[in-house]
Design a protein around this ligand. Structure first.
Ligand SMILES: [Zn+2]
Length: 472
């Protein structure tokens, strides 16, 4: 770390007096103010995230135009410099136009470079440890991502509005962000839509105000959230704001076009409550301020996502409410993926394995097949693909079967090796140990071995670090 010395200051003053350079640029050069890295170091997604600062809070204000589908927006990002910063990047993807950027209220220079960099040069360098705010005004029609291997994500238009689903990337299609799983932040949302439409987001509602032809919804998300799990949904919804039997606030929303049954909204709210209360017994205290879910018709999507506190079940056509197994999966993610988030994308089996195992445990404890039977089926199935490593699936394979089924099989093998008593303690202790933070495969391996006092090296070597079908 280089500190600004009095000597550097005096040189700067001399240089400035000579009219050659501004005092700060000379001082900064002397004190080692350098640009933040344009990526956060994830080998699968080198452009995602940025270096040099830690984003703490995002305050996102958006006005949505239902006619043009455009947003007119302002993002305020509160951050702390983690190095002496001469400039830094945010991630921003697609056709959105940036109007103005300010750092601590002062107009800053900016340019868009590379695939997704919004490069911001503040008028003064930012000293390591210093808190600062960045205001970005921007507008346009956000464009979703359609990745050849990973499918659709980002700001997605639905039949009557939009929904933001951003795993692994996509948040940068609708707001400037440090788009790294490792830089969690809190959020608040102020979203203005034409009167008659509803808005849901992460966290809890904080007021609604109608002004003429528009309504503004505020939501506040008080627990650290990874950008991939940030969600906004705009459309017509039947919203239920209730409590689960254990007392958790439970806000669900059903798109009337997504479900056929007249009781769907109540059924979905109750099913969510039942599953989350069951999972609290398995995984420990629910980590967020409220739970819920959004059942929405989004013909482009056809998948569900564990957006923090409030998963989105996006479907291509109308049908029944999500199955108990699907609810168990997405709500199980609240502990595995949301409260504890992979430090890099290669560790995603820690999300999907536990979410899939939540389905297995739900089945086992509700009169269905046991986890052992589900394991046996997958182990014997000719369809199980044994190529690739669970702990390092590769960029294009993070959503393949190996991070789901083979990861769940791995978890079942741990259960068999350590016994039910230790296993059911472990699945409470692990998410509690890393709540609101990040974790890696290596941390999970060492935590599991320490916690259970078992040497599981052979098991992990065979099931997560190697290719091929492990012997039993
Ligand atoms: Zn999942």
């Amino acid at each position: 770390m280089a500190r600004l010395t009095p000597r550097a200051l005096s040189i700067a003053a001399i240089v400035a007096a000579a009219g050659l350079l501004t005092p700060l640029s000379a001082a900064q050069a002397k004190a080692g103010f350098t640009p933040g890295a344009p990526g956060a170091g994830d080998p699968y997604f080198p452009d995602m995230g940025n270096g040099g600062y830690d984003a703490r809070h995002y305050s996102l204000s958006l006005a949505y135009d239902a006619g043009t589908k455009a947003i007119d927006a302002e993002a305020r990002i509160s951050a702390t410099a983690t190095q002496n910063l001469s400039r830094f990047d945010l991630d921003l993807l697609g056709p959105l136009k940036v109007g103005k950027v300010k750092v601590d209220g002062h107009t800053a220079k900016f340019e868009r470079t590379g695939a997704q960099e919004l490069v911001i040069t503040p008028p003064h360098g930012l000293r390591k440890g210093r808190s600062f705010t960045v205001d970005v005004t921007y507008s346009g029609v956000p464009q979703m991502i359609n990745d050849k291997a990973l499918g659709i994500s980002g700001w997605i238009q639905t039949h009557d509005g939009a929904v933001a689903l951003s795993q692994p990337f996509g948040s940068a299609t609708w707001y400037p962000v440090n788009d790294s799983t490792a830089d969690k932040a809190t959020y608040d949302f102020t979203i203005t839509v034409p009167k008659g439409l509803q808005v849901l987001a992460n966290g809890e509602p904080a007021g609604t105000r109608t002004h003429g032809a528009t309504t503004t919804f505020r939501w506040v998300d008080k627990q650290p959230t990874a950008s991939e799990l940030v969600m906004v949904a705009i459309g017509h919804f039947d919203v239920k704001d209730t409590r689960t039997p254990s007392g958790l606030r439970n806000i669900t929303a059903v798109d009337p076009a997504a479900v056929k049954s007249a009781t769907a909204s109540d059924d979905f709210n109750r099913a969510t409550a039942d599953i989350i209360d069951w999972e609290q017994k398995l995984y420990g205290r629910y980590p967020f301020g409220s739970v819920g879910g959004i059942d929405v018709l989004a013909p482009a999507v056809g998948y569900s996502l564990e957006t923090q506190g409030r998963p989105v079940y996006a479907r291509r056509s109308a049908g029944a409410i999500p199955s108990a197994g699907l609810l168990a999966h997405e709500l199980g993610h609240q502990w595995f993926g949301d409260a504890v988030t992979p430090a890099q994308w290669k560790h995603i089996w820690l999300n999907e394995g536990f979410a899939t195992y939540s389905e297995w445990l739900y089945s086992e404890q509700h009169g269905g097949q046991t986890a052992q039977q589900l394991f046996d089926q997958a182990y014997d199935s000719p369809d199980t693909d044994w190529s690739g490593k669970v702990a390092d699936p590769g960029r294009d394979h993070i959503f393949d079967d190996l991070t789901y089924t083979r990861a769940a099989m791995t978890i079942h093998q741990i259960r068999k090796a350590v016994g039910d008593k230790a296993f059911f303690q472990l699945i409470k202790a692990w998410p509690a140990a890393h709540r609101y933070g990040n974790a890696t495969t290596a941390q999970f391996v060492s935590f599991t071995e320490h916690f259970t006092h078992e040497d599981l090296d052979k098991l992990f070597q065979a099931w997560v670090y190697s290719e091929g079908k492990p012997a039993l």
